[in-house]
Design a protein around this ligand. Structure first.
Ligand SMILES: [Zn+2]
Length: 555
């Protein structure tokens, strides 16, 4: 069996890339996206990095792999912990390939910390504590890796809200370029020591750039045809030229005959409208702000909010929080974003990255107020209420998906997700909080107010494949769940029967399909390795991860 390259471009869209490809300045990507088969790739619900990448590498829905979000609510309490790869109970694409005798290199894939022992290598992606040895396998290379790359950061995150400041824009893009080159050096170092037949690399530059600036990159947006839009696109093009060189170099490492598949985990859209979720919940009797928040407490909360809005304030807060944790040894992070009246609130909003609403149910914790017999009525009222909302200007639904989690996920771990999952329509972003000063809002859909919320995730990513068994043309129904079976089939291997997706037969040549019937074989998923060391996060690491995710708007 020959080699295979799976290239993940986090958050990439054809909408943004196609006009850039037409300039001729990104020849490598133009070939990958133009000379084989391509089409939209439907993301997960919600369309977020996590659960999307774990859904791709397990071929199972989040109710089975359990990585419903970067942070997972601890059962029976209002605390949460950062999810780890050790939380994922089912086989992954690399266990299937290792079982088939294929050496695998997994580089910078989100939600793969701590790295687990593989035949080949693994370097974890976001989230992972910076400088943590647990991010590298084989374990025998950890010390040498740390010495070679003291600056290496699995998260590669920048505070995207800083893009609102003109003086920071060039700096953010320059930081992304530096991260990209550091990734290349680290991958080079790994490949020299551990050559592999299957390589899966994720590059995050497009996602971070899009979080910061998609509104300037999306043709047709209000800010596209402005002097700032043109300037931002010049910088973005320079960043993508660097990325194009890096991709060209990766392809060279795998050899000219290796088929290449390109995927993104979700897309982006410019989002001129925002939906005030707390305001809607209050107006409809689902959420009650805390009674009589004293003037003193209001002032304290207001100061805290102001502190979090400034970078210096956040640094100070982090220092104090770290001191507090060292003093108390407290590991669990409070899950609650802000205070609510827990005795009278039937629901509360999940964190922004979870895209959902939690029901204050006695099943979740004894102090809850919604009994099992009332649960269905509350859940149905939320689904009907939000599902019926229309944008008064366009008449279009405000939400693309509003569903009880059991309609979207199945599996034993589905109850980690919010009770109700919501995905706003394209061009709408949902805003969460603050709950403590939430007021009934009869017009919760409004014009987006801050630059960094004008660019948000969207449900449509990209799929493309070129070379080897792949045909030309388009496929129009690819889903994240289909990627693992499609890769296994493209490499000539059997597919574990429990995988939920389908082989994208439309992506293959007739010749290949007739000589390679799709085989589903029990046990083809291989064995899940016992968890490596460096498993749990320390209090400081939890703190750091939370800050990183906040910087990207997930928390
Ligand atoms: Zn992503």
């Amino acid at each position: 069996m020959g080699k295979f390259l799976l290239l993940g471009l986090d958050g990439a869209t054809f909408e943004m890339l196609d006009p850039m490809l037409q300039t001729g300045r990104l020849p490598v990507l133009a070939r990958l996206l133009g000379e084989g088969v391509r089409g939209p790739l439907a993301s997960t619900v919600p369309p977020v990095t996590c659960p999307a990448w774990p859904t791709m590498y397990t071929g199972r829905n989040p109710g089975v792999h359990g990585f419903t979000s970067f942070r997972i609510l601890n059962p029976g309490s209002l605390t949460s912990h950062t999810a780890t790869l050790g939380d994922v109970p089912c086989p992954r694409i690399w266990t299937a390939l290792n079982a088939a005798g294929v050496r695998t290199g997994m580089f910078n894939i989100p939600a793969t910390y701590p790295a687990e022992p593989v035949d080949g290598f693994m370097v974890s992606g976001i989230p992972a504590p910076s400088g943590a040895p647990g991010a590298v396998q084989p374990a025998g290379l950890r010390e040498e890796f740390a010495r070679a790359f003291p600056e290496y950061d699995c998260n590669g995150s920048v505070e995207v809200s800083l893009f609102a400041r003109r003086s920071k824009r060039k700096w953010i893009i320059e930081t992304l370029r530096r991260n990209l080159l550091l990734r290349k050096d680290a991958l080079d170092w790994m490949l020299q020591r551990e050559p592999v037949d299957f390589l899966w690399v994720v590059l995050e530059a497009v996602d971070r750039l899009s979080h910061a600036a998609y509104v300037f990159l999306a043709p047709g947006s209000d800010l596209y045809d402005t002097p700032t839009g043109r300037k931002v696109r010049d910088w973005a093009m320079e960043l993508l030229e660097t990325q194009d060189e890096v991709i060209g170099w990766i392809i060279k490492q795998m050899g000219p005959d290796a088929p290449v598949m390109v995927v993104s985990d979700h897309g982006f859209a410019w989002t001129p409208k925002e939906f005030d979720l707390c305001g809607w919940l209050v107006a409809n009797g689902f959420l009650v702000p805390p009674p009589g928040v004293s003037l003193r407490k209001r002032m304290r909360l207001a100061i805290r909010e102001a502190v979090f809005r400034s970078a210096a304030g956040r640094r100070l807060w982090r220092g104090l929080a770290g001191l507090w944790r060292r003093k108390t040894g407290s590991l669990a992070q409070p899950y609650r974003l802000v205070p609510i009246d827990w005795q009278h609130s039937k629901t509360w909003p999940a964190t922004p990255g979870e895209y959902g609403i939690r029901i204050n149910s006695t099943r979740l914790r004894p102090e809850g107020i919604v009994s099992p017999s009332d649960y269905d009525q509350v859940a149905d009222a939320l689904v009907e209420g939000l599902g019926a909302l229309k944008d008064p200007q366009s008449g279009e639904p405000v939400f693309e998906t509003v569903a009880r989690r059991e309609k979207v996920y199945n599996g034993e771990l589905a109850d980690r997700a919010p009770d109700i999952l919501i995905v706003p329509a394209r061009h709408v972003v949902h805003r969460v909080g603050p709950t403590w000063k939430a007021q009934a809002n009869p017009h919760p859909l409004r014009t987006a107010s801050e630059l960094h919320v004008l660019s948000n995730h969207d449900s449509t990513g990209i799929f493309a494949a070129v070379g080897g068994p792949f045909a030309g043309g388009t496929v129009d129904s690819a889903r994240i769940l289909d990627i693992m079976p499609t890769v296994l089939h493209a490499m000539g291997h059997a597919i574990p029967p429990e995988l939920e997706g389908q082989v994208l037969t439309g992506a293959f040549t007739e010749d290949y399909l007739s000589s390679h019937p799709v085989r589903r074989v029990e046990g083809a998923g291989g064995e899940v390795a016992p968890p490596g060391d460096g498993e749990a996060y320390s209090a400081e690491e939890e703190e750091e991860i939370t800050r990183r995710l906040k910087g990207l708007g997930y928390m």
